[in-house]
Design a protein around this ligand. Structure first.
Ligand SMILES: Nc1ncnc2c1ncn2[C@@H]1O[C@H](COP(=O)(O)OP(=O)(O)OP(=O)(O)O)[C@@H](O)[C@H]1O
Ligand SMILES: [Mg+2]
Length: 336
């Protein structure tokens, strides 16, 4: 990795008491993030992406317990910090953009009041300076009339504008790391693409690190330098985006996920028939022995159904699979 490391997650394991029993929604998760680097965390619903993201903020749901691991961020060991220090880090050094801006914004306060509060609680800027920063931030988030937006209540704005406001809020204190958790789910496709372009642009300009969480590989491709593929609580592949999308994922789950994309933009004819991934993510309280993906995997054999894989490859490019797919993706097929 060229950049200096900002974040290092090592063997993070999180358990959670649920009605169905204890689950381990985050299992032995390790990854790093360089300064200025954008990494995409991708996987189906329930794979543990959000819980991984929230862990970085020291936010754990009730009934959960960290069973092991370390999170080093900018020289601090996040899992051992007191709540007061974590609160200072949240917002100032790490901020999160959530999937549904509607619920993250306060409906009874204007945009200006909400952003003002962030500056008030974390900085000693004067009221005038804060006002200027707010307008600058909204403009940088692609809102052409920042003054009107700042005086608006959330319900007076479109979904895309609300998400831009959320982005402006998340960036207001110039954090080192931005976690964007499915930031475009609530938006129509055209607006979603604009928001992705905005995130990519902001990151290039300000040098922030980005953890981009998504179930959509085409979105990850647009904004990420590196891909982390997650399945049933584990990271199962890591690769530079270029390699992942040109040569193709090595984990059969990555292949299947790529093939299930509706636009099929980078599928070969040979792979296209695989389109949908058969079966479902196994329930976390009843995971199969061996590889969790084995029941849905065309390459699985007895080894896979009995024995947990080992990592092969090295830092930055590794796969957790007994039989990784090394065949190249081949020539692209364009939708006729
Ligand atoms: N507060 C909670 N109580 C009980 N179970 C939870 C809680 N939060 C998450 N889980 C469970 O943990 C697993 C991982 O959840 P997580 O939200 O991290 O998944 P995700 O990959 O973000 O999914 P999605 O794409 O749907 O957002 C899921 O099975 C989920 O049901
Ligand atoms: Mg989620």
């Amino acid at each position: 990795m060229a950049e200096a490391t900002l974040l290092q997650v090592a063997n993070l394991t999180l358990s959670l008491k649920t009605r169905e029993g204890e689950i381990v929604p985050v299992r032995d998760v390790s990854f790093s993030l360089g300064r200025g680097e954008a990494v995409g965390l991708v996987g189906e619903s329930g794979s543990g992406k959000t819980l991984t993201g929230l862990s970085l903020l020291g936010l754990f749901p009730p009934g959960s317990k960290v069973d092991g691991g370390r999170i080093s961020f900018d020289g601090e060991d996040l899992l051992t910090l007191p709540e007061s220090r974590l609160r200072a880090i949240r917002g100032q050094k790490i901020s999160m953009i959530f999937q549904e801006p509607q619920s993250a914004l306060n409906p009874v306060l204007t945009v200006e009041t909400q952003i003002r509060e962030i500056y008030r609680s974390h900085t000693s800027l004067s009221s005038t300076e804060i006002g200027e920063r707010i307008l600058e931030g909204l403009r940088a988030a692609g809102l052409p009339d920042p003054l009107t937006v700042s005086r608006s209540y959330p319900h007076q704005l479109s979904g895309g504008m609300r998400q831009r406001v959320m982005i402006a809020m998340a960036l207001s204190l110039d954090p080192l790391l931005v976690i964007a958790d499915e930031p475009t789910t609530a938006l129509d496709p055209t607006v979603a693409l604009q928001i992705l372009a905005l995130l990519a642009r902001i990151r290039k300009r300000s040098g922030q690190s980005l953890l981009f969480i998504s179930h959509d590989l085409s979105h990850v491709r647009r904004v990420s330098d590196r891909v982390l593929l997650m399945y049933a609580g584990r990271i199962v592949e890591e690769a530079p985006s270029g390699r992942f999308f040109s040569r193709g994922p090595r984990h059969p789950y990555g292949r299947a996920l790529l093939a299930s994309r509706p636009e099929g933009g980078i599928l070969t004819r040979k792979e296209a028939p695989l389109a949908a991934i058969g079966g479902q993510v196994p329930p976390l309280w009843d995971l199969p022995t061996g590889c969790s993906f084995a029941p849905r995997c065309g390459r699985a054999d007895t080894l896979c159904t009995t024995t947990l894989p080992l990592w092969s490859g090295g830092e930055g490019e590794r796969v957790f699979c007994h039989h990784p797919d090394e065949s190249p993706l081949g020539a692209p097929v364009h939708a006729a």
